[in-house]
Design a protein around this ligand. Structure first.
Ligand code: SF4
Length: 446
């Protein structure tokens, strides 16, 4: 890995009289100067479609609607979504839209999936569309994906998570709804096209008693709330969350019965099951419209009968079943391992039971593309106490103490200059996610 910096200018820093030095191992982040007005001019009366109907597309649909730029519909090849309406917009298959003559005169497209852009570009070009004129990327409008850890605590100590496998922990506490409102307002000032935000990273958001007000604030500002919960907690917390109607709720599971309790360390299987059913019931009864996703962490020991039972149950209850290979978090552990340093006992236990493939990727014993750029410097993580972390996959290093006092461009610069990134890239832990993500895509199928 050549760690020499290369200078990559970005339009907005230049406009502000500055430049950010992006090293070759990071994704250069371009802050465009799109405004609602200039985007409207570029669209020029054409029908506006979003290519990708997952949460990025749904978030952008929200923000464009907030800004007076109505979306005609989504374009997505997923059979699960075909023919459905999301947030009142129809989902079209690509062939329904792209097989028309003179397409560039009729439609404007925004690509709304960072992982699939490499596939989208040739598809859009084959349809006669030109990037910058007829289509753009969502990153041109929203360059960062923020997560706000509204709860700096968790009720479990899973061995694959820093809550269970790190010896040192950041300060514990909760973000108040009042502070949250200031955070989201600053985000919207600096990224006006922002349409969705994750309300978690390493904490359990349902433990925050002010979560309903936080979700309520997002609703008023037309920002989608994405929640991830272990559901192994008091049912009343699940009920309170459901009544607030967040748009996307992810639940995590890693086996059936005792297998679940081993890797969701400290969890209670019966309580999880009860809450899984209760959430599904509330979604129906309250007509909450929550998109419920069931993240199933695949290990060697839970990929047979456990997997089939969990999949059947999830689908019966209306969850979208998403199997993902269990890994080892946070990224500090990958760096420790690759530097030949000892891991904590829980981290070692995790390493022993993940799949061969996952272990191989973690160890880095493959021919990595050393020129790969990290995808994580687009993830933008704010702790409950306003500390800003280096990125979404690290647990401890922070680049700024107070998000409210630090412009986002400055935060991007601080990450680009960070020693943590240098150490991470020196053992190729910065591009670890790429093969892993590709692997997850294969598992997800669509
Ligand atoms: S610290 Fe995070 S942003 Fe920096 S190179 Fe590593 S994974 Fe990427």
């Amino acid at each position: 890995m050549n760690l020499a910096s290369v200078e990559v200018s970005t339009s907005k820093p230049l406009a502000q009289g500055g430049k950010i030095q992006f090293p070759p191992y990071l994704t250069p982040i371009h802050f465009s100067e799109f405004t609602p007005e200039s985007l409207r001019d570029l669209i020029a009366g054409r029908r506006l479609f979003l290519r990708g109907a997952a949460f990025v597309g749904q978030g952008l649909n929200k923000s464009l609607s907030r800004l007076g730029l109505p979306v005609e519909g989504f374009i997505d090849k997923s059979p699960r979504l075909r023919g459905r309406r999301l947030a009142g917009r129809p989902v079209f298959a690509p062939e329904d839209i792209f097989n028309q003559a003179d397409l560039a005169e009729k439609i404007f497209v925004i690509m709304t999936s960072g992982y699939w852009e490499e596939e989208f570009r040739p598809e859009l070009a084959a349809a006669g569309l030109i990037e910058g004129r007829d289509f753009i990327s969502s990153f041109d409008l929203v360059p960062l994906n923020p997560s706000i850890d509204v709860a700096g605590v968790c009720n479990l100590h899973c061995q694959g998570c820093p809550r269970g496998n790190m010896d040192t922990h950041p300060p514990a506490g909760f973000m108040s709804a009042e502070v949250y409102a200031q955070v989201i307002e600053k985000l919207l000032r600096e990224m006006p096209f922002l349409g969705e935000v994750q309300l978690y990273t390493w904490g359990e958001p349902l433990l925050n008693r002010e979560l309903p007000q936080i979700i309520g604030h997002n609703k008023r500002r037309q920002v989608i709330s994405i929640i991830s919960t272990n559901l192994s907690l008091k049912t009343e917390l699940v009920e309170t969350m459901a009544e607030a109607k967040p748009e996307i709720v992810r639940v995590s599971c890693s086996g059936w019965g005792v297998n679940y309790e081993m890797t969701h360390t400290g969890g209670d299987w019966e309580l999880f099951l009860k809450n899984l059913r209760r959430l599904s019931q509330l979604n129906r009864e309250l007509r909450a419209g929550m998109e419920m996703e069931f993240y199933y962490h695949l290990y060697n020991h839970n990929s047979g009968e456990d997997y089939e039972k969990a999949k059947a149950l999830a689908e019966e209850l209306g969850y979208v079943f998403r199997p993902v290979k269990a890994s080892l978090y946070p990224r500090e552990n990958i760096v420790t391992l690759r530097q030949g340093q000892p891991l904590s006992l829980p981290a070692q236990r995790q390493l022993e039971i993940i799949t061969e493939e996952a272990r191989y990727l973690i160890a880095g014993d493959y021919d990595s593309d050393v020129e790969s750029q990290c995808l994580e410097n687009r993830t933008f993580s704010i702790n409950w106490n306003l500390n800003v972390r280096i990125c979404g996959v690290y647990y401890l290093p922070i680049v700024a103490k107070n998000f409210l006092e630090t412009p986002i461009l400055e935060l991007v610069r601080l990450v680009a200059e960070s020693e943590t990134c240098i150490r991470c890239a020196a053992c190729d832990a910065h591009c670890f996610i790429k093969p892993f993500t590709a692997d997850q895509r294969l598992i997800k199928g669509n």
